[in-house]
Design a protein around this ligand. Structure first.
Ligand SMILES: CC(C)(COP(=O)(O)OP(=O)(O)OC[C@H]1O[C@@H](n2cnc3c(N)ncnc32)[C@H](O)[C@@H]1OP(=O)(O)O)[C@@H](O)C(=O)NCCC(=O)NCCS
Length: 173
């Protein structure tokens, strides 16, 4: 039997929160942003977050199923920006993960395409993502491009400056 026939992509529902949390932990472990000692606690908290975000309709996710097992995911989380003539709603693609045994067969590309189609149906103004270096070619093939952006460095110097501004504001009010 063609093994690909047993696998399929479907929309995630609230009962998938535990699986989404498990895959998120696996992804962060692989990317070395989480260590083994904290993985179980992280997954517990993440399950609660996924449950809440799905219930609030702030998150759309698609999952790759191998039979009854969830082995891949891609999510979009929605956020508002200040008004533009074409709207305020934006989406960030995240949580793109495919278990190692299923990689290199185009599943991540299909998961991301499904999520992007769903964000477009919501009428988002812009869809963004923050790729890991190895995943860049995947997203470029799917039509993502670089755009200039800046982020605040949370260095002690920055935090000191922020604290000084807050103190100054309090003194002069
Ligand atoms: C990235 C990832 C989801 C790709 O899954 P996949 O189903 O194998 O992807 P596809 O078959 O649709 O596309 C393959 C592309 O994935 C990218 N890729 C391959 N290995 C990768 C890796 N270890 N890490 C990240 N991206 C990788 C490459 O761009 C590859 O394209 P290429 O074969 O032309 O080089 C999967 O490798 C993974 O889960 N990695 C760990 C988590 C991660 O890096 N997530 C992305 C965060 S932005």
């Amino acid at each position: 039997m063609d093994e690909r026939r047993a696998r399929r992509i479907r929309r995630a529902f609230s009962f998938d929160a535990a699986a989404l949390a498990r895959l998120r932990a696996a992804s962060l472990l692989e990317l070395e942003r989480l260590d083994d000692a904290h993985a179980a606690a992280f997954a517990r908290d993440a399950q609660a977050d996924f449950t809440r975000l799905l219930a609030e309709d702030r998150l759309i996710a698609f999952v790759l199923c191998d039979g009854a097992e969830v082995v891949g995911s891609a999510c979009a989380i929605f956020f508002e920006r200040l008004p533009y003539p074409d709207g305020t709603l934006h989406a960030e693609i995240a949580g793109v993960y495919v278990a190692p045994a299923h990689r290199g067969q185009g599943w991540a590309a299909r998961l991301v395409q499904a999520v992007v189609a769903a964000t477009e149906r919501r009428g988002v103004r812009k869809t963004v993502l923050h790729p890991s270096p190895l995943a860049r070619p995947l997203y470029e093939r799917l039509g993502f491009e670089d755009e200039p952006a800046m982020r605040l460095r949370s260095s002690p110097a920055t935090l000191d400056t922020a604290a000084n501004i807050a103190l100054h504001a309090r003194k002069s009010s």
